[in-house]
Write a protein that binds this ligand. Structure first.
Ligand code: PMP
Length: 462
């Protein structure tokens, strides 16, 4: 058998990849034509590809490598755990030390009485758990008709059938989801694209009150929960107006429905707090966690559950739900080590006090560029809206995403990973990014914006 290594020629790796590897969220035919970018190593905030190029990863992989790449301590924690106990399950009245230690640590870090964790392999599985948890909870409370979950358009809650049904992304909605009945979508708080003539404040209230309207129309006695990310990530880093979350919290409280905060992206320091819910001062009954929990070094996610919901579910006999890798010992050990580093090195404190304000100032400065309408940022997640006309917040005449894709391509060429969602460019760099590295990020972003500007003018798209 051929041994495939980093030292193989890139085109040969690309050929094998296209022949045998089906990629997530990828146009397979395009990939076969151009060949995938092959990443061979990484350190700190910097990736290396198979051609030796160095690329500043302003997306932390997929929003997950919060402590940065190359931390030996996590590799050593995995290795120690693999030698001691590589696997055992947590079904049928069994446990192990890494699962206990991580659950205890999460209960300590999580706000208020979110003292219980149900482990999953990632965020999608955890959201599937949440659907079952909240429906089971209301069933046990003697209200089985309370089974509708309200979510939002353009939300991302994962790719499993449950997560995909909860999500509201149009591109997914035509490919086999939603399949789970009893999920209702309201509009998102994206003022730039959908706010019309309203002030951001009024628009935030209007979008929040859509939740109240939906509850009234569906009947409060039928609504189990509302799920939302504190800041929509994959939807384009949509930072809601300040009026939005307090109103959502009021509505959930008044109608007695469970609030699920999907913290898969916002959790573990991304917003400059341990959890995005703390940034907005919201009080979820359940939080979905994944990604930054292990900084992506091992696949792990879960649902953090409040005392009341856990008590009801734990008091109702077997909860017939679980994954082979719920509480995988190696993933738990890696997550624990990651949390130790986040805490002991005061990484989140430094984000809040130093690097996030520094990045925010530079990021806001991008609005001086002719292509950039608004710039939004919370902690270490930000977005800019590209537009041909700032005052009217107009979209480009070309199909949505055309200009964004050009910009992303220029970013890669300039040694920067910045993602595009339609014509919004987004970043979520590792939390350990330094001020010098932030300067480099911004310089490369400006160069890429300049080149995009020239390119779209040459192509008549502007
Ligand atoms: N929820 C949110 C908010 C996410 O951003 C994601 C992943 N991007 C998920 C859920 C799904 O997580 P996973 O890919 O780990 O299944």
């Amino acid at each position: 058998m051929n041994v495939i290594t980093n030292h193989m020629p890139t085109d040969e790796l690309q050929r094998l990849d296209a022949a045998h590897h089906m990629h997530p969220f990828t146009d397979g035919a395009d990939l076969a034509k151009t060949g995938a970018r092959v990443i061979t190593g990484a350190d700190g905030v910097t990736l290396t590809d198979s051609n030796g190029h160095k690329i500043l990863d302003a997306m932390s992989g997929l929003w997950c490598v919060n402590i940065g790449y190359g931390r030996r301590e996590l590799a050593e924690a995995a290795s120690r755990q693999m030698m001691e106990l590589p696997y055992y399950n947590t079904f049928f009245q069994t446990t192990h030390v890494p699962a206990i230690a991580l659950a205890s640590k999460l209960a300590e870090l999580a706000p208020r009485d979110l003292n219980h964790v149900f482990y999953a392999g990632g965020g999608s599985e955890a959201n599937d758990t949440n659907i079952r948890l909240v429906r089971h909870y209301w069933m046990q409370k003697g209200q089985p008709e309370r089974n509708i979950i309200i979510s939002r358009k353009n939300a991302y809650h994962g790719s499993t059938l449950g997560g995909g049904s909860l999500g509201g992304m149009s591109g997914m909605q035509t490919q086999g989801v939603p399949v789970i009945p009893g999920i209702h979508h309201i509009d998102q708080p994206d003022w730039w694209s959908e706010g019309g003539d309203m002030s951001p404040h009024d628009f935030g209230l209007e979008r929040a009150r859509q939740l109240e309207k939906a509850i009234e129309e569906l009947g409060a006695h039928r609504v189990a929960a509302f799920i939302a990310e504190p800041v929509q990530g994959a939807g384009g880093v949509i930072v809601p107006p300040d009026s939005y979350w307090p109103e959502i919290q009021r509505i959930c409280d008044e109608h007695g429905i469970l609030l699920i905060a999907d913290e898969v992206i916002c959790g573990f320091g991304r917003t400059g707090h341990w959890f995005g819910s703390q940034h907005y001062d919201i009080r979820p009954h359940i939080m979905t966690i994944a990604k930054g929990l292990s900084s992506g070094y091992a696949p792990i996610g879960g649902s953090l559950v409040c005392d009341e919901v856990a008590e009801v579910v734990n008091g109702a006999g077997d909860f017939n739900h679980g994954y082979t890798y719920s509480g995988h010992p190696v993933a738990c050990a890696v997550a624990l080590e990651n949390l130790r580093i986040l805490e002991e090195e005061k990484i989140i404190d430094r984000v809040a006090a130093e690097t996030a304000p520094y990045l925010a100032e530079k990021w806001q400065g991008l609005t001086d560029h002719p292509l950039v309408g608004e710039a939004k940022i919370v902690g270490m997640m930000g977005s800019i809206a590209l537009t041909p006309h700032k005052d009217s917040r107009a979209a480009f005449a070309a199909e949505a995403g055309t200009v964004g894709l050009h910009c992303r391509t220029r970013c890669f060429a300039n040694g920067l990973v910045m993602r595009h969602v339609g014509d919004r460019m987004i970043i979520a760099p590792p939390l350990v990014i330094t001020k010098d590295e932030i300067d480099t990020l911004i310089e490369r972003a400006v160069t890429s914006l300049d080149e995009t500007y020239d390119l779209i003018r040459a192509e008549g798209l502007y």
